[in-house]
Ligand binder design. Structure first.
Ligand SMILES: Nc1ncnc2c1ncn2[C@@H]1O[C@H](COP(=O)(O)OP(=O)(O)OP(=O)(O)O)[C@@H](O)[C@H]1O
Ligand SMILES: [Mg+2]
Length: 239
């Protein structure tokens, strides 16, 4: 079991696409997945429901991705209890957060085994990182745990790295941040899945989009290996 919070105060950084594609890939590998949508706009929840319907329509033999959009939840304490329960009931819990620092972000981080901060190379995205870190630090302080944080470059250009994004990566690394090697490449199929729910790692597993998502997924799994993702569930995976 592992809980992953995807967070940044920067809107549009790629949180929901990251949650969605990781959720689909864990599902493809046979894990029981729960997506907690902590963004009041509930786009992750909508997309996961679309995914589940699409998989049924395609008659695929896959477990449904469970989803909770927290619409019935009133207090942060309740969210905390819910996430703890999901962490024991599911192999992987992915939490999609809103693009602002709030109490839910702190609650999610307090339960997380990994925090992923999606980032593009704009100054605004770097603000997103520096504004998000205090919540991680508070969560570490409150729980007495050292919660791993990884930055993930998103919407990068296929085929080459701009000078700016190289510089930003170097600066973030020099500042002590751990940045995933693979970047989430800007692709039409990823953008369009907001409409159609297409999941590359399931529906086109040998394609370039799937290869990209898998590369990120593998890095995520490496970080989580210590926290026993799906221990006892899957014997054939590299987790
Ligand atoms: N790798 C990608 N390729 C193509 N489009 C992408 C990619 N990543 C994100 N997008 C697009 O960028 C926009 C923002 O992405 P996303 O919704 O994942 O960001 P977010 O951080 O969740 O935003 P918000 O803060 O509004 O919740 C969306 O229109 C999405 O389709
Ligand atoms: Mg979002």
């Amino acid at each position: 079991m592992a809980t992953i919070a995807v967070a940044t105060t920067k809107g549009g950084a790629g949180k929901t696409r990251t949650v969605y594609n990781l959720a689909g890939t864990f599902c493809a590998d046979g894990y029981r997945v729960m997506v907690v949508d902590a963004d009041p706009r509930k786009r992750a929840a909508r997309n996961v429901r679309l995914f589940n319907k699409r998989m049924i329509d395609q008659k695929r033999d896959l477990p449904e991705i469970a989803v909770d959009d927290l619409s019935t939840v009133k207090t942060e304490a309740e969210v905390m209890r819910l996430i703890s329960g999901y962490a024991s009931d599911y192999d992987v819990v992915l939490i999609d957060l809103a693009g602002s620092a709030n109490q839910l972000m702190l609650v999610a981080m307090g339960r997380a085994d990994l925090v992923i901060i999606p980032v593009q190379s704009s100054a605004d995205d770097i603000d997103g990182v520096t504004e998000t870190m205090p919540s991680v630090e508070s969560a570490c302080g409150m729980t007495g745990r050292d919660i791993p944080v990884r930055l993930l470059f998103t919407r990068t250009q296929p085929g080459f790295q701009t000078k700016l994004s190289r510089k930003v990566r170097e600066n973030l690394t020099a500042a002590g941040y751990e940045v995933f090697g693979p970047e989430f490449i800007n692709r039409t199929v990823i953008h369009e899945q907001t409409w159609n729910g297409f999941m590359p790692t399931i529906e086109e597993p040998n394609g370039t989009a799937a290869e990209n998502v898998r590369a990120i997924y593998n890095e995520v799994v490496k970080v989580l290996t210590g926290s026993q993702v799906g221990a006892g569930q899957k014997e054939t995976t590299n987790v």
